[in-house]
Design a protein around this ligand. Structure first.
Ligand code: KIV
Length: 286
């Protein structure tokens, strides 16, 4: 059971499904953020998603993200928390050639970043890879439905599984991920009814993002949840706070104080020894 303070482990995630308890998962990219999110004591899994490229690094898609960029941020997140289960996304290109190289890359996330698991996008076509990683003691989280690394092939970021054919393919993908040995699977941008059917059918937990409330758990990109995303966000991305506005207001106040000579105050300044002694004796300092 994932009690507060005790680190969450892979079997805890499976047990949550068995008990019918929802799994909470969020993305994280930095040590401070990991500390705050895990410090809430309510988040089971942190994902260093390759959404890093879009929300933190300013790329237009997740495709340019490199393995070194992912490792750099995964290490920071690991330093920020020991409690949450840490999953790292394998970026585009790091598991698309031969299995031996993909395995070497996955090992880096465990050895160099302290991740407990990696996530790879794709269903049936990843069967062999997921089986190989699992066999090498690297737990894998699958990701089917809208897979952002396939944006060029899909022709955009669209809901998947809306036609009978694509719904059947998605079912096959989810089954393949489970059969290959993944411990959980993300369902992204999938009709609620189909996500519910997959969730009922699979033994492993499903984690939804834009896949309705019937999944075993939910994940959001933390920037969407906090109101730190610029531009349009998908309809499932509920904004729980407007941190962007809080930051702008704080920065505006700071600038006004600096310009008006109100920052720093005397209390926020250091004083020379002589001045401090005079201060203690109650003599005013010019
Ligand atoms: O990269 C990411 O943040 C993700 C989640 C949206 C599931 O893959």
């Amino acid at each position: 059971m994932s009690t507060p303070g005790r680190p969450v482990r892979i079997p805890d995630i499976q047990e949550k499904k068995t008990r019918g308890e929802k799994i909470t998962m969020l993305t994280a990219y930095d040590a401070w953020m990991a500390r705050v999110l895990a410090g809430s004591g309510t988040v089971d899994v942190l994902l260093v998603g390759d959404s890093l490229g879009m929300v933190e690094l300013g790329y237009d898609s997740t495709l340019p993200v490199t393995i070194d960029e992912m490792l750099h941020h995964a290490r920071a997140v690991r330093r920020g928390t020991k409690r949450a289960l840490l999953v790292a996304d394998m970026p585009f290109g790091s598991y698309h050639s031969d299995t031996a190289e993909s395995l070497r890359n996955a090992v880096r996330f465990v050895k160099e970043a302290g991740a407990e698991a990696v996530k790879v996008e794709g269903g049936e076509r990843r069967l062999e890879l997921i089986a190989r990683l699992t066999e090498a003691e690297i737990p894998v989280m699958g990701h089917v439905g809208l897979t952002p690394q396939s944006v060029n092939a899909l022709g955009g970021y669209r809901v998947q599984g809306k036609t009978v054919d694509s719904a059947e393919q998605l079912l096959r993908d989810a089954r393949a991920v489970e059969a290959a040995g993944a411990f959980a699977v993300v369902l992204e941008a999938v009709p609620r009814e189909l996500a519910a059917q997959i969730t009922r059918e699979l033994r492993i937990p499903t984690i939804g993002i834009g896949a309705g409330p019937d999944c075993d758990g939910q994940i959001l990109v933390v920037h969407d949840l906090l109101g730190l995303t610029f531009g349009q966000t998908p309809k499932f991305a509920r904004k729980y706070a407007n941190v962007g506005k809080i930051i702008s207001n704080a920065v505006r106040e700071y600038s006004a104080d600096v310009r008006g000579g109100n920052f720093p105050s005397d209390n926020e300044s250091y004083h020379s020894g002589a001045a401090e002694r005079k201060d203690k004796l109650g003599i005013s300092i010019c």
